[in-house]
Design a protein around this ligand. Structure first.
Ligand code: SF4
Length: 361
């Protein structure tokens, strides 16, 4: 796995192979030459999933940007903003189906006048017209909020959502799973234990989720590592995570970003982004097989390079991406399947369109 001059010890490599790296191992891996870490992650990626690189044809549908939340990193919320009607949502689903999407990803702000029924109605309308469309929808925060608004336990809300057609959930609203950080960046959002609870219950209800981490704002390196290890612990219990999507913080047009910029940092560097993808591959080895490089956040070229640092998936075509764009991401709203295939072949890997659950990959 390494040449004799490597700074990564045999013990760390052994623990990585077994999926048992510790927090100290993680810290040490961030202190070696990044290319050693990239090469270790690349090898573990090859052992886990081979040379196939996947993408999904999907469409984002952000049904409203109005929100009662107060997340300091959010450039998407606008309380004079839009709210799609059910018919407008369906128009977008039809547009997605027409271009061969296998998934719609539905999320939005927290509206003051809705309860669980609002979310169920969206699911039922989509499934009535497109029973085979995979619905990847509603963050743990939205599910938590819907249950609260309807005054029922989260577990019951999840069961109803599943019955109405919810296939999988985005593991968003995770930001950094540390209450110290959450108190500053998203004080009204669910706490770490509540996020863990919603996600664990979702998995146990038969609703797999992705895992995400938004890093590069006020958190420490230790807090990032703790976050990844929390995901690993949940995965050991439920096996319900399909992939891990590292999301570098976008510092523009938001309060937390202003502070970060004032301190002379411009969020994350490219090397740091690649180190995070590699570290996630190493820490989650044998637990979570898929690490996604988000082309929207990283840009297409860095996302391609991340395929040499542990990533094996490039996410979705999206068609419409509002959330990152509002916060300064400059990388378009749509990438065609042809461009994905070209980019993947250009990295020496084998492209493959996948479904949300990576079945048959
Ligand atoms: S991140 Fe989501 S919950 Fe927070 S303010 Fe923005 S839209 Fe609302």
């Amino acid at each position: 796995m390494r040449n004799t001059t490597s700074a990564i010890s045999d013990e760390v490599i052994q623990r990585a192979r077994l999926g048992k790296c510790t927090k100290e191992d993680a810290m040490s891996l961030l202190n070696v030459n990044p290319f050693e870490l990239f090469s270790m992650a690349d090898e573990l990626r090859f052992e886990a999933v081979g040379d196939t690189v996947t993408y999904v044809i999907n469409r984002n549908i952000n049904f409203t940007n109005r929100c009662i939340g107060n997340c300091g990193f959010c450039a998407f919320r606008n309380n004079n903003g839009y709210r799609l009607t059910l018919e407008e949502i369906m128009e977008k689903v039809r547009g997605a189906a027409e271009v061969g999407s296998t998934e719609v990803c539905v999320q939005g702000g927290l509206l003051p006048d809705v309860n669980l029924d609002f979310y169920l109605e969206i699911l039922e309308s989509i499934k009535a017209e497109y029973p085979d469309m995979h619905i990847h929808a509603f963050s743990p925060m939205e599910v938590y909020y819907a249950a609260l608004q309807s005054n029922i336990p989260v577990k019951d809300a999840l069961e109803k959502l599943k019955q109405s057609g919810l296939d999988t959930m985005p593991g968003t609203a995770a930001e950094i799973l540390s209450d110290r950080v959450r108190r500053v960046i998203c004080p009204a959002k669910l706490k770490t234990a509540e996020w863990k609870n919603v996600v664990t219950l979702a998995h146990k209800t038969g609703i797999p989720t992705t895992a995400t981490m938004m890093y590069g704002h006020i958190e420490t390196i230790e807090e990032r590592i703790d976050h990844i290890l929390i995901v690993r612990d949940i995965q050991k219990e439920t096996g319900g995570f399909t992939e891990f999507v590292p999301l570098p913080f976008m510092p523009y047009n938001n309060k937390i970003g202003e502070e970060v910029l004032k301190s002379g940092r411009f969020a994350t560097t490219g090397v740091e982004d690649l180190q995070m993808h590699a570290l996630i591959r190493v820490l989650l080895n044998t637990h979570v097989a898929n690490v996604q490089a988000s082309w929207v956040k990283l840009g297409k070229k860095l996302a391609q390079f991340a395929l040499y640092c542990g990533a094996n998936d490039l996410g979705g075509t999206l068609m419409e991406e509002k959330i990152s764009k509002s916060a300064g991401a400059g990388h378009g709203e749509y990438m065609s399947p042809e461009e994905f295939e070209w980019m993947i072949r250009g990295s020496g890997r084998n492209p493959k369109q996948r479904n949300t659950l990576y079945h048959g990959v």
